[in-house]
Design a protein around this ligand. Structure first.
Ligand code: F6R
Length: 248
């Protein structure tokens, strides 16, 4: 695993964006696995700036997002499709029909999960999968449990996740209780995984994910078995890793 320790959120965001940009330059028709949440917002802003300046083009890129709330459609301002449009896709030259997010409004969510896995497989998997990290060690919405779930699936969100996401909704009761999430199989099949973390509140999750035992109780810990993981964090988020996390 390669670890980049950056001073603060802005430096972490620039580093994350640079690694994504390097992939797009290396392989203009790459498949990017993308995440939502507060962590990647700065990286997406940087990518949009490089695109605007003509340094980077997403013209041939395909994207697949990790997850979507069950019951929220693209017009809902808390849906992950809406988030991706506003934070990245509206600002870069990616073709909209090559951006994929699970359909939170699918009449048959189980069928939608199977469709999503077939789509990712047909694309040949992701070249680079960007991940944030939940306080409870979740990746995508793969919540702590008794087993790693391989396929895309419908998941009941934990109270901790509902609590963490309530900040985006007018009222806690509005936070969806379920989501569709890519499974551990597709995440682990990514050719490269890029984990971005920021803030002291993530330090314990980072430590448990990368310096603790591999267990479905900490879903991100499975990444210890992936051959090509890059962890980018600010100093606060990486503080639990100690000397192992020296700058490159
Ligand atoms: C988002 C996702 C989640 C977040 C995680 C961290 O698509 O799948 O796993 O990456 O909850 O969220 P933030 O970045 O808001 O701390």
């Amino acid at each position: 695993m390669r670890i980049y320790r950056e001073a603060d959120y802005d430096a972490m965001s620039r580093r994350t964006a640079a690694i994504i940009a390097a992939e797009v330059v290396r392989k203009p028709d790459c498949v990017l696995g993308l995440a939502t949440g507060s962590t990647p917002v700065g990286a997406y802003r940087q990518l949009a700036a490089w695109n605007r300046e003509g340094l980077l083009s997403f013209r041939s890129v395909t994207s697949v997002n990790l997850d979507e709330y069950k019951g929220l459609g693209p017009d809902h301002d808390q849906s992950y499709r809406y988030f991706m449009d506003r934070n990245l896709f509206d600002h870069v030259d990616i073709r909209r029909d090559r951006t994929h997010v699970p359909d939170g409004l699918a009449a048959d969510p189980e069928a939608e999960c199977r469709r999503y896995d077939a789509l990712v497989a047909a694309l040949g998997g992701t070249d680079l999968q960007l991940l944030g990290l939940g306080h409870n060690g979740h990746i995508g919405f793969n919540e702590p449990g008794e087993a790693f779930v391989r396929e895309t699936h419908v998941v009941d969100l934990t109270e901790r996740t509902i609590e963490a996401n309530a900040r985006f909704f007018a009222h806690r009761d509005e936070v969806p209780r379920q989501a569709l999430t890519m499974g551990i199989g597709a995440i682990m099949a990514a050719k490269r995984v890029l984990v971005a973390v920021s803030g002291a509140d993530k330090a314990e999750a980072v430590r448990r994910a990368f310096a603790g035992p591999i267990t479905p109780a900490v879903p991100a810990s499975i990444l210890q078995l992936h051959p090509d993981v890059v962890l980018v964090g600010d100093a606060a988020a990486l503080s639990g890793l100690g000397e192992a996390a020296m700058p490159l």
